[in-house]
Design a protein around this ligand. Structure first.
Ligand code: UDP
Length: 468
């Protein structure tokens, strides 16, 4: 880096929300900005800040705790999720405001997770630039936005909705009792999530962890409403363009990975012979679904690597791991990036969280989609119907929405050995190339990141060659 540039570098505060799926993309965006000469402070809870400090060492990134969840309670503390939201808002907003006001290196911009309802108020009060970061797909924003207009603005969307909404299966919603009971058309969790669009409306930029060629039509549609900036995929640079030094992992894990175990096991398997099964960090599968999955994996002659989180382990059939030890490995957490990058993985049974979706695309791994709730249903729809890179294993149409073992088995066979195998492989390989191209030098996301920085610092584009 150019000498003396650090002193002159712009300072951006990145306000991250809770949860693996929210933190990963924001930390990655922070690393990207830091690699381009921006000083970054990541503002988060005390436990996250401590954990990030021990795993991430970048001279341009520091971590600031704005809420002590260790002593005042995290998401499982008093009052459940709602209790946490209230405490995080009360302490977090005061501490963040003080931090920005008092910092010797003036803060030019706050990049905040759009899911944090109070974030844009801080930018307005302090008169600094604000960028709302949406950690899900553009299609999800386009699907939710008409609901926001109806619920918050009390008027229907004043333009035609994005067409994805037709043909989309009904969304399922999680039950979070601390948010209260459902009274109107939408459950409380949706009302909470729709609040993000207040932040969108007040932001100078709305950043998406996506790339133009993946969601071209949705991006065009959204540009009529917001200043949309696609900056993804935010996977570590090592797996895409290799331009950011030391960026080969996310550097944050909610559980301890059993990675060496997994990698040794995968090394002994043939190319494309293993099914990787994971439902991300937040989904908690019911015992019935775990039994159906276990049956599907037991029945098939296919090797599998299955992430069953610590709080789900007791739902596994007795002796399942012992019985299937010849062909399967069950772990409580792994480095999903290392696993998906491994040649032995032939397909990914996924809940289709947005990060997992982008990771599967970026590594060219076909998906068997088992979406559980919310945006996962939209992502699964895109994977099967729009990009044709996977199949949806259909859930039963009852209250529980469990997917039967026969259906899971059918989809695995179809993706690995069926008629559509070649087509699916071809499509996901093309998307993989487009993902890399987007973030590499002069790709759409790379250009957007440069433009974003240059809007904060017009001199940046003149100096850019120093950072590439
Ligand atoms: N992940 C991981 N190890 C695991 C399971 C998941 O590192 O064993 C990571 C995965 O790579 C992804 C994130 O956890 O980046 C999950 O995010 P996603 O948006 O897919 O789902 P969420 O957890 O938000 O439901």
């Amino acid at each position: 880096m150019e000498q003396g540039r650090v002193e002159k570098a712009h300072h951006i505060v990145v306000l991250a929300d809770q949860g693996q799926g929210h933190i990963n993309p924001m930390l990655q965006f922070s690393k990207r900005l830091a690699s381009k000469g921006i000083k970054i402070t990541v503002a988060t809870t005390l436990s996250n800040a401590k954990s990030m400090k021990t795993t991430l060492s970048y001279s341009m990134i520091t971590f600031e705790s704005i809420y002590d969840d260790c002593s005042q309670g995290g998401v499982v503390g008093p009052g459940g999720f709602k209790g946490f939201l209230d405490r995080f808002q009360a302490s977090g907003s005061t501490n963040l405001t003080r931090f920005i006001l008092d910092h010797e290196h003036p803060v030019k911009c706050l990049v905040y997770d759009a899911n944090i309802p109070w974030a844009s108020k801080i930018t307005t009060q302090l008169g600094i630039a604000g960028a709302a970061f949406f950690t899900q797909s553009c299609a999800t924003a386009a699907t939710y936005y008409p609901m926001y207009c109806e619920v918050y603005e009390k008027t229907p969307l004043s333009m035609p909705s994005f067409p994805v909404i037709t043909g989309l299966p009904k969304l399922r919603f999680p039950n979070l009792p601390s948010l209260g009971c459902s009274t109107g058309r939408y459950p409380p969790i949706i009302i909470h999530l729709l609040g993000q669009f207040d932040n969108f409306g007040k932001a100078d930029w709305v950043l998406f962890n996506s790339f133009d060629k993946l969601e071209e039509e949705v991006v065009e549609w959204m540009k009529k409403v917001w200043n949309v900036v696609t900056i993804g995929p935010t996977l570590p640079s090592f797996y895409l363009d290799k331009r950011v030094e030391n960026d080969n992992e996310y550097g944050f894990n909610i559980h301890k990975p059993n990675s060496s175990n997994c990698m040794e096991w995968l090394d002994s398997k043939k190319t494309g012979s293993v099914v990787y099964v994971s439902f991300g960090s937040a989904a908690n599968l019911c015992a019935e679904q775990i039994t159906e999955l276990a049956d599907a994996l037991r029945q098939s002659n296919i090797m599998f690597l299955w992430v069953v989180k610590p709080d789900e382990q007791s739902k596994l059939p007795i002796d399942f791991s012992k019985e299937t030890s010849g062909k399967g490995l069950v772990v409580t957490w792994c480095s999903q990036l290392e696993v998906l990058a491994h040649h032995a993985i032939g397909c990914f049974i996924s809940h289709c969280g947005w990060n997992s979706t982008l990771e599967a695309i970026s590594f060219g791994v076909p998906i068997v989609a088992m979406p559980q709730i919310l945006d996962q249903i939209i992502n699964a729809h895109f994977l099967e119907k729009v990009w044709s890179v996977g199949l949806i294993a259909k859930a039963n149409e009852d209250e529980k929405g469990v997917t039967a073992s026969e259906e899971i088995y059918r989809c695995i066979r179809e993706v690995l050995e069926g008629e559509r195998r070649q087509e699916i492989r071809k499509n996901i390989t093309s998307l993989k190339e487009l993902a890399k191209e987007a973030i590499d030098t002069s790709g759409s996301s790379d250009k957007h990141i440069d433009e974003f920085i240059s809007q904060l610092d017009p001199a940046y584009l003149r100096h850019r060659s120093n950072y590439n």
